[in-house]
Design a protein around this ligand. Structure first.
Ligand SMILES: Cc1cc2nc3c(=O)[nH]c(=O)nc-3n(C[C@H](O)[C@H](O)[C@H](O)COP(=O)(O)OP(=O)(O)OC[C@H]3O[C@@H](n4cnc5c(N)ncnc54)[C@H](O)[C@@H]3O)c2cc1C
Length: 457
């Protein structure tokens, strides 16, 4: 006879750990299945920035934030393509989720500014500790967690999801009955097939994210008729070294936000470098071979910040990822780009700054609305080759504000819930820093609560 649980959760990243802990706290008999030998997925590889508004850390740092401002940012950055009900659910539940996480021992650092945030709202946290704290909470309420168990397909009967089939560590398949199933299997950044089908512009990007992020939950939900949202807006992040070593996979450098320009292999600029890093990523992937060079000078290097990975120049300098030269012509030679073009590009850029004229790509600030562009004139000059990296896939299956999976007609698929990167609709056309982890925790918790309430017992 098949085993039976009230709620079975697929995937032990932040969304799955949140769902399992919340469901167990609601009194459900919970089973969490993770196909990898360890928990965490993309969550534990991430930069650990979490977008919450109205927090104690913001208050301590003198940052004045509000749910209204958060909502405005989410909708504006999302180009008003977001599912407003999901944005509203995030806004409604985010502070309670933040407090719930803290209640489980999660600690957050002082808020940092982030792309698309009107005020500093990126709360750094140790994501491995966060997942572990939630798994501990789930286990303490009787939840069972199994590693090297891969969910393969969903089972249905009587018009609802009734369970699933999962393969254990030996590959033996087991049928497991469930009152409700929560898909928290992450995105599909590790599936070349799904990338070429849903986000072909990303084929050239470097792929990062958890090794288990092969879109399993997306396929399983699609098989039952789930709708899809936000897939046309999957974007990669600008600034990673094109030949990364595994230790730094996915973590880039954004000298552009300190005053660098980005040029292509012809030595020409191609974008407003103050734009969000995902928009620069799109522009970069459209350049020859998807490669750009961040060009800057001594004052930019001196403005590094070792506490913020995207502004931490020193390790890259030591690793030989920068080229350094006394003149732009020498730098161009080292980078293998035409020196006369690079010189002309920098001269044009500097002249417009000196004249106070609008930049030819509309650049008026260093990053977002902050800082004034500065001339690139003080040697030594530096060049950092880079490209864009697909960290997460952002779009996915449609859900409602209670994390129920919706079919292509917008009707709930009874017994099926989803949270985290496997879902779409929340981000719309753009991404605000910290909202992927935020979305995983907020909707993971919602999914655990709803699944428990609606589980077929
Ligand atoms: C380098 C990097 C930096 C990032 N930085 C940030 C950041 O600072 N802030 C932010 O908000 N976002 C960031 N992101 C994105 C963010 O980390 C992810 O979107 C988020 O962690 C997704 O959480 P999740 O729980 O949905 O998925 P994951 O954490 O990926 O977990 C999914 C889990 O499901 C498992 N799984 C998959 N298929 C199955 C199956 N069939 N059966 C069982 N288990 C399965 C996987 O193995 C995995 O463990 C970053 C991502 C990367 C890669």
């Amino acid at each position: 006879m098949a085993e039976r649980f009230d709620v079975v959760v697929a995937g032990a990243g932040l969304a799955g750990a949140s769902a399992a802990a919340a469901a167990a706290e609601q009194g459900a008999a919970v089973l969490l299945l993770e196909k990898n030998p360890t928990p965490g997925g993309s969550t534990v590889l991430s930069s650990g920035l979490n977008a919450y508004a109205g927090t104690d850390e913001q208050a301590a740092a003198g940052v004045s934030d509000s749910v209204e401002l958060l909502r405005t940012d989410l909708l504006e950055v999302g180009g008003h393509r977001n599912d407003v009900t999901l944005v509203d659910a995030y806004c409604r539940e985010q502070l309670a989720t933040y407090r719930w996480l803290r209640g489980h021992g999660v600690t957050f650092g002082p808020p940092l500014p982030g792309s698309g945030q009107s005020v500093p709202r990126s709360h750094p946290a140790d994501t491995a500790a966060m997942v572990e704290a939630l798994l501990r909470a789930a286990r303490a309420r009787g939840a069972e967690v199994r590693y090297r168990w891969a969910v393969r397909r969903l089972e249905t009967g009587g018009g609802r999801v009734t369970g699933l089939v999962a393969a254990d560590r030996d590959g033996t398949e087991h049928r497991i009955a469930a009152g409700a199933v929560v898909l928290a299997t992450g995105g599909f950044s590790r599936s070349p097939e799904l990338i070429s089908r849903f986000a072909p512009r990303m084929e050239q990007a470097i792929k990062a994210g958890g090794s288990g992020n092969t879109g399993d939950g997306l396929r399983m939900a699609c098989k039952l008729g789930a709708g899809l949202a936000d897939l046309p807006y999957v974007k990669a992040t600008f600034g990673v070294f094109p030949w990364p070593n595994p230790a730094e996979e996915g973590h880039g450098l954004l000298a552009v936000y300190k005053g660098a320009i980005a040029v292509n292999g012809h030595g020409e600029r191609f974008t407003d470098e103050s734009l969000p890093y995902k928009e620069i990523g799109d522009a970069c992937l459209a350049q020859p071979e998807g490669i750009a060079f961040q060009i800057f000078d001594a004052p930019v290097l001196a403005d590094a910040n070792p506490n913020v990975p995207i502004y931490d120049f020193e390790p890259r300098l030591r690793a030989g990822q920068f080229q350094q030269a006394g003149t732009l012509a020498e730098l161009a030679d080292l980078l293998g780009i035409p020196g006369d073009r690079l010189q002309a590009t920098v001269d044009d850029y500097n002249a417009r700054i000196a004249a106070g004229e609008p930049d030819r790509f509309g650049r008026r600030t260093l990053s977002g609305g902050v800082g004034k562009p500065r001339p690139i004139a003080t040697p030594p000059f530096y060049g950092y080759p880079c490209t864009a990296v697909l960290l997460a896939t952002y779009g996915g299956i449609t859900v409602d504000a209670e994390a129920r999976v919706l079919d292509v007609y917008g009707e709930p698929i009874a017994g099926l819930y989803a949270a985290g990167e496997v879902t779409g609709g929340f981000h719309g056309a753009g991404y605000v820093t910290g909202t992927s982890l935020g979305k995983s925790a907020v909707f993971g918790r919602i999914a655990g609560i709803t699944a428990t309430r609606e589980a077929d017992r």
